[in-house]
Ligand binder design. Structure first.
Ligand SMILES: [Zn+2]
Length: 235
């Protein structure tokens, strides 16, 4: 709730103008700045998701989903051990990146619609494009992983990251376990951000937000995994 400073009427959390006296009760946000918003998501997620919901344009949502898709694609190449099918690491990275961008757009649609549906069933508020913006910025930790952890992983293991002969665990066990721990922690952070995003933007309780994030993540990743299992032989 936002209380009007002029007439003291209670307004919706995301109202710009008071519904009673038409005074401005909070600033319009026409656009989102990429780095400023990403930084805010890290530093103060509740404020960030408030701004993202208020923003008229959910700028960079598709870019963030494309980066998320690339992260997911690399994870798939690692999980299905696709390294042996490529001449060089560069070939593998080029293909995994291209597939990742497409995967990112598929994720944008799949995650957004599922999330919005679950949120609606749970009694949440707000437009579909808010769901897109919230989920896109919730993937920020995955982009950070791509930019900061993946290059170190590639420098440490190279192609062995994507092959099982020998298993990368046998090459540098401590480092390999540390990387898996870091990547999992970043994924959990993204999951946590989507819970906060749902509670702020969709005005749900934390318990319902958790359910919305969990159902969306499990269903989306489950569908993608089943499809990937069949498609992986064409790579
Ligand atoms: Zn008013």
């Amino acid at each position: 709730m936002v209380t009007c400073g002029v007439c003291k009427t209670d307004n919706d959390e995301f109202a710009i103008v008071c519904r009673n006296c038409k005074s401005y009760i909070q600033n319009r946000i026409p656009n989102l700045d990429f780095f400023a918003t990403v930084w805010k998501v890290i530093e103060s997620p509740r404020h960030a998701f408030h701004d993202i919901t208020l923003a008229e344009h959910k700028n960079y949502s598709l870019l963030l989903f494309a980066l998320f898709g690339i992260g997911l694609s690399y994870t798939g190449f690692w999980y299905f051990q696709l390294g042996s099918r490529f001449e060089s690491l560069l070939d593998l990275l080029a293909k995994a990146t291209a597939i990742g961008v497409v995967l990112g757009f598929v994720c944008a649609i799949l995650f957004t619609f599922l999330f919005d549906l679950v949120v609606r069933i749970l009694g949440g508020k707000g437009a579909l494009r808010n769901s897109l913006g919230i989920l896109a910025y919730a993937t920020t930790p995955v982009s950070l992983t791509l930019a900061m952890i993946l290059p170190i992983e590639l420098l440490s293991f190279g192609m062995y990251l994507f092959t099982s002969n020998p298993n990368p665990y046998l090459i540098k066990p401590g480092l390999y376990v540390a990387f898996i721990f870091f990547d999992s922690a970043m994924a959990l952070w993204a999951f946590g951000l989507s819970i906060i995003g749902a509670s702020v933007s969709k005005q749900l309780s934390m318990a319902k937000s958790f359910v919305a994030a969990l159902v969306t993540t499990l269903l989306s990743l489950g569908i993608l995994f089943l499809v990937a299992k069949d498609l992986v032989r064409y790579i």
